[in-house]
Write a new protein. Structure first.
Length: 104
């Protein structure tokens, strides 16, 4: 794997907005789904191409920072939760930030 690319991705991973962007790219590429469309070989091939790009990006991210993907996923979920709270005007966190016995 190209060390220059890994270095560039490592720089991107330092910024939250860049991590969110990279995670969205992984999702858009359907990196973690099979992409098979029964009876539609052209659509299946298209999805396979998207997924191939996503897997390459995923490999770069893991090479640049082994823990980065977990952080990206957590931040993306926080972003979605905050967005939903803003839209509904409600706190979507059922634990309301509490952990341990006080959460029960």
């Amino acid at each position: 794997m190209d060390k220059r690319l890994i270095r560039r991705v490592r720089e991107l991973l330092k910024e939250r907005e860049c991590r969110l962007f990279l995670y969205e790219l992984l999702r858009t590429c359907n990196t973690f789904s099979h992409g098979f469309v029964p009876g539609e070989p052209t659509a299946t091939s298209f999805h396979a191409g998207q997924r191939s790009i996503g897997l390459y990006l995923f490999e770069l991210i893991l090479a640049a920072g082994p823990d980065a993907f977990v952080q990206m996923r957590r931040e993306w979920h926080e972003e979605i939760k905050a967005q939903a709270a803003k839209e509904t005007g409600k706190n979507t966190d059922i634990w309301q930030g509490k952990t341990g016995p006080e959460a029960l």
